[in-house]
Design a protein around this ligand. Structure first.
Ligand code: NDP
Length: 499
């Protein structure tokens, strides 16, 4: 690239003008294009190829760079290097997105907001791929595409469709906890600066001796949680569909850097087995009273992207990106995500997506048994052996991370024997599944007017459902959380329909 910014062709050749075309002109001012006008051809051909596949979920996003700072001694929890010293700073990239709507949609839409965060640690990249909600709609991974389609556009009308949305959730009622969060004020956050983020899944902090703790991560905004009402969110969606992008960009430009405190809940494996809640069920939280939050760090965003496409659109996050000291649990949805996210990135960006500057580790990378492929743009490991166990040029390894890193869990998988043998599995609803949603309904009730707003938000959507039978089933679903909630959703929906 030319440092002094004189125009060249993409091949670096100096060029006289970027706004001329080579034509066979006629006297009336028309002209026939010539094949030899390679600049015109290249310019048009490149334009037609500017788009890469839009993410099927999480397309609309806001992003920025910043840093994670370790704020507490975590040596009793993990050997992860980024947490090894109080005050240690690690660069990060954060990308926050809505889930269902397309890249051009309003970022204030009522939706879960995804939180993709890459920590470029000195032991490689660790991605935290979280949400602004502590629970999720499903706990059986095979339902993921169905759940998302039901939140998107109808296959015939190409319209968002309340009938299929509620039909999905009545048929898959384990999402009731997440539905309550979604239709509460937290379903329409005021901007990225004012939302919290949660791992949802259980993860593990691991130690060099092979021991581990189960953890859940909570990232809490220092700006305070602030939300839009339904009316405000709808109005802003019309006036400024990019409201959240603008809010973040402008805050960082004026040096009003947003920050978050990072906490973990910590559970010993011995506590997991007999705990009331299945810790691998992501429709459940660990109540604070049972597992209090422990501070581990602080996150600050302080740099806007230099180029949106290069830094944010080309960013690829995956829960499978883990460093020594951090590992996945046996949550089936997490297990499926470990495969699905890198698979999506290979499709969307190409097989060498890890080399793109925004995804590239800042730690040294030496992975000579992954070679070639489209768009390889490092040295491709020169003449080093491209096969394992070479005696001509032996590869050196890090034996000390055996039993610590995700891919060599030889020691600490032992505990998970109690999870059981290989089996087919679909979760079924139990009465207990309504206990935590009921607790949330109480939490919502602590703030004056919040229950009423939540009910109206639900009713505003349910009133679009055509089938009275399906509407009744929705009332019943909320009625299983609290009879009063079910009755009030019904009453409010019917009042909206009559209007
Ligand atoms: P607590 O009273 O200790 O915690 C309640 C938490 O609810 C608050 O700390 C706050 O989380 C969160 N909250 C407040 N309003 C909303 C909302 N509209 N949507 C989602 N979360 C909200 O109770 P418990 O820990 O016993 O949990 C009770 C219920 O609170 C749970 O069933 C769950 O629905 C919800 N909750 C619990 C969390 C947990 O990890 N224990 C995390 C978040 C929600 P925060 O402080 O993170 O903002």
């Amino acid at each position: 690239m030319s440092a002094d910014k004189y125009y060249t062709l993409a091949e670096g050749c100096p060029f006289a003008s970027s706004s001329t075309a080579v034509l066979m002109r006629n006297r009336d001012g028309g002209g026939l294009g010539l094949l030899q006008d390679t600049q015109l051809i290249e310019t048009l051909a490149h334009f037609s190829r500017e788009r890469i596949p839009e993410r099927v979920v999480h397309a609309k996003a806001i992003g920025a760079y910043g840093e994670f700072e370790a704020t507490a001694d975590c040596s009793d929890l993990t050997c992860a290097s980024f947490l090894s010293e109080v005050g240690k700073k690690t660069p990060v990239l954060l990308r926050v997105s809505t889930v269902g709507p397309e890249a051009g949609s309003a970022d204030t839409s009522r939706d879960v907001h995804g939180w993709g965060m890459k920590l470029y640690t000195d032991e490689g990249n660790l991605d935290w791929v979280f949400n602004n909600t502590p629970v999720f709609f499903i706990r059986d991974p095979i339902k993921f595409p169905s759940m998302n389609r039901s939140h998107k556009r109808h296959p015939r009308t190409h319209l968002p469709d309340a009938n299929m949305f509620w039909d999905f959730h009545v048929g898959n009622p384990e999402g009731i906890h997440q539905l309550l969060v979604l239709f509460s004020d937290r379903g329409t956050p005021r901007s990225v600066r004012f939302l919290n983020s949660y791992s949802g899944h259980t993860y593990k902090f691991t130690q060099k001796d092979g021991s581990f703790k189960y953890i859940k991560i909570h990232i809490k905004t220092r700006q305070g949680v602030k939300n839009f009402t339904r009316e405000e969110a709808t109005k802003i969606a019309g006036e400024d569909p990019d409201y959240m992008i603008r809010d973040m960009f402008e805050a960082i430009e004026r040096k009003d850097y947003p920050s978050w405190d990072v906490f973990v809940q910590v559970m010993d494996p011995s506590e997991a087995e007999n705990y009331r809640w299945n810790i691998f069920d992501m429709t459940k939280v660990w109540p604070h009273e049972d597992f209090p939050l422990r501070n581990i760090g602080k996150l600050t965003l302080n740099q806007n992207p230099g180029n949106y496409f290069a830094d944010i659109e080309q960013a690829a996050f995956s829960p499978s990106n883990m460093v020594p000291g951090f590992a996945a649990s046996a949550d089936p949805v997490l297990q499926a995500r470990l495969f699905a996210y890198p698979d999506a990135a290979r499709y969307r960006l190409g097989v060498n997506y890890q080399q793109l500057p925004t995804n590239a580790a800042k730690a040294p990378v030496y992975c000579p048994f992954e070679r070639d492929g489209k768009m390889r743009f490092d040295g491709n490991y020169g003449g080093d052996p491209n096969y394992v166990n070479s005696s001509l040029q032996p590869t050196r390894f890090y034996p000390e991370v055996k039993g610590v890193s995700q891919n060599s869990l030889s020691l600490h998988t032992e505990h998970e024997k109690w999870v059981g043998e290989v089996t087919t599995y679909t979760s079924h609803m139990k009465k207990d599944d309504f206990v935590q949603p009921a607790a949330l309904w109480e939490v919502i009730g602590r703030e004056p007017g919040h229950q009423e707003r939540t009910i109206e938000n639900i009713a505003q959507s349910v009133k679009e459902v055509k089938s009275p039978k399906l509407r009744d089933e929705v009332y019943d679903l909320f009625g299983r959380v609290s009879l009063d909630l079910g009755t009030r959703v019904k009453r409010t929906t019917e009042a909206f329909i009559k209007k």
